[in-house]
Design a protein around this ligand. Structure first.
Ligand code: FAD
Ligand code: NAD
Length: 474
């Protein structure tokens, strides 16, 4: 068996692992990255990017269908049709460009990429079983020893025991299959009204499927505050997505053509389905590569790490979804960069003031920092104000006046501790929200900054002005 030694060995080429490897390469650290599937991980191949591509295609199709009925803008089109196989090819093209770009960036940074499955022998030794031998890699398994081992193996979708993925002849699917449909189902049942269930459930509805959503709790997007989710609920109703809240899934009917559902009222009913998307969460990928042998401290199913992403074993690091919630690509990337810099001797710790989260529903939802309830729970005396997008000229010209922007700030020094927004296009405001919190901005800073007209950003300024009691446009 071929043997090799390196300073840093990264397992997993998702946004956590590939960013860590590129940064380590830039810092002159000899680095090997092992990826068992495709560079870019969940995010680029079967997560963030393909889902946003599909959502965009669905939005465009819905727009065309809407125009076919006549529109206030004066645009008229014939009844549109969609070739979903072409949509998937277009989405795959975006994915290939991005994953190819990651490959090139790793090469440029001098990182050695091995395609294969890694199995841990101990905290310094890993065996790699090549999958598709890359140029010059060979097909022979190899053992790599390292000074630093970085675990970035990501996460996997949580299955429902009563309805495993692939059952009913492949009709029960995860987000992975939902992102590459060969055909569109006539009736889609979605289990889980969280991020994936609503982002993809809405997209499928806009593409023409009848969609029913089953959710265990009493409302959609239960992780977000209720006021923020109200406009999303309104769109679900407008689109005709049927919601079954406070319900649990019992399994499939015997012939596999319908989902058996039980409501908390104890009655059972069936929902006919051609396809069932199970989106009840993801869990860290901790199995199948010998992790248990390291006996690392765990936090539930996730690997426990400190502020520098160190695990309980010296020189073994972990980042991204493997370390638990929030399972977001930008968190994984930030942790990856940090680990490379710490190994290079920089003084860094992972202590962001706020972690932005965006749900790409219609309309989009953004949260950064604390909402009013969370601020109160933490004992902070805060004031908050919101500005409705109905008062924003840009939102009107985009036909997107649903929603609002809310700011939360400490009452004493007006330090901003949180932003929440719901509305079409508000995902692009996440950068402004995060920057203001990281830079310690006060309400006066935002109120006194000139925001370009006409943009949605003016609503950010108006929210701050309103918190100060001097909003102009409301
Ligand atoms: P991953 O991206 O999961 O990468 C891990 C990699 O490790 C994989 O490529 C895997 O093949 C490899 N691997 C695992 N074990 C081994 C082994 N033993 N040997 C070799 N290789 C191995 N997040 C956002 O921030 N915004 C979004 O809009 C968003 N949308 C999403 C939509 C969907 C449908 C899904 C499923 C997720 C979405 N996410 C989103 C979450 C985001 O994709 C993850 O948080 C992110 O990919 C985590 O990065 P990671 O590097 O930790 O792991
Ligand atoms: P989620 O945690 O967002 O939502 C799961 C939903 O399923 C919850 O509402 C939960 O109450 C419900 N649920 C759980 N068990 C159930 C059951 N047995 N029956 C009915 N409902 C049930 O999980 P997800 O949508 O699968 O997404 C997984 C993760 O992927 C997210 O937590 C997030 O970290 C990441 N993601 C992020 C984005 C984004 O940033 N825009 C998009 C997609 C996914």
């Amino acid at each position: 068996m071929k043997r090799q030694h390196t300073t840093l060995l990264v397992i997993g080429g998702g946004p956590g692992g590939y960013v860590a490897a590129i940064r380590a390469g830039q810092l002159g650290i000899p680095t090997v990255l092992v990826e068992g599937d495709r560079l870019g991980g969940t995010c680029l191949n079967i997560g963030c990017i393909p889902s946003k591509a599909l959502i965009h295609a669905a939005d465009e199709f819905e727009k065309a269908r809407h125009w076919a009925q006549g529109s206030a803008l004066g645009i008229r089109v014939q009844q549109p049709a969609i070739d979903v196989a072409q949509t998937v090819r277009w989405k795959d093209g975006i994915v290939s460009r991005l994953t190819g770009g990651v490959d090139a960036l790793l090469k440029k940074a001098g990182v050695q990429v091995l395609r294969g499955w890694a199995t841990l022998r101990d905290g310094k030794t890993v065996e790699v079983q090549p999958s598709a031998p890359a140029q010059g890699q060979g097909a022979e398994p190899r053992v790599i020893t390292c000074e630093h081992l970085l675990l970035a193996t990501g996460s996997v979708p949580v299955p429902l025991p009563s309805m495993p993925f692939g059952s009913a002849g492949g009709a029960v699917i995860s987000s992975t299959e939902a992102l590459s449909p060969a055909t569109l189902p006539r009736r889609l049942v979605v289990v889980g009204a969280g991020y994936i269930g609503l982002e993809l459930g809405m997209a499928y509805r806009k593409l023409g499927a009848d969609v029913a959503v089953i959710e265990a709790t009493g409302r959609v997007l239960p992780g977000y505050d209720e006021e923020l989710t109200r406009p999303v609920l309104a769109t679900l109703k407008r689109l005709g997505v049927v919601l079954h809240l406070n319900c649990s899934v019992e399994g499939l009917t015997e012939d596999g053509s319908a989902v058996r559902v039980r409501s908390t009222m104890a009655d059972e009913f069936v929902l006919p389905a051609d396809r069932v998307l199970v989106a009840v969460g993801r869990r860290p990928r901790t199995e199948g590569f010998g992790l248990e042998g390291l006996l690392l401290d765990m936090s539930g199913r996730a690997i426990k790490v400190d502020e520098q992403c160190r695990t309980s074993m010296r020189n073994v690091w972990a980042i991204g979804d493997l370390t638990g919630e929030p399972m977001l690509a930008h968190r994984a990337m930030a942790q990856g960069e940090l680990v490379a810099e710490v190994i290079a001797g920089h003084k860094r710790r992972f202590a962001p003031m706020a972690m932005p989260a965006v749900c790409f529903t219609d309309p989009e939802v953004v949260v950064v920092g604390l909402d009013p309830a969370e601020a109160e729970r933490r004992g902070l005396d805060c004031l908050h104000a919101h500005f409705p997008l109905a008062g924003n000229g840009r939102a009107m010209s985009l036909e997107s006046t649903e929603g609002f922007i809310r700011v939360v700030a400490r009452r004493d020094q007006h330090l901003i501790v949180g932003w929440q927004a719901v509305g079409r296009g508000v995902s692009e405001l996440a950068a402004a929200f995060s920057q203001s919190i990281e830079m310690g901005a006060t309400l006066e800073d935002i109120a006194g900054t000139i925001h370009a007209h006409p943009t949605l950003g003016e609503a950010v300024q108006e929210a701050a002005l309103r918190a100060l009691g001097r909003a102009v446009h409301v």
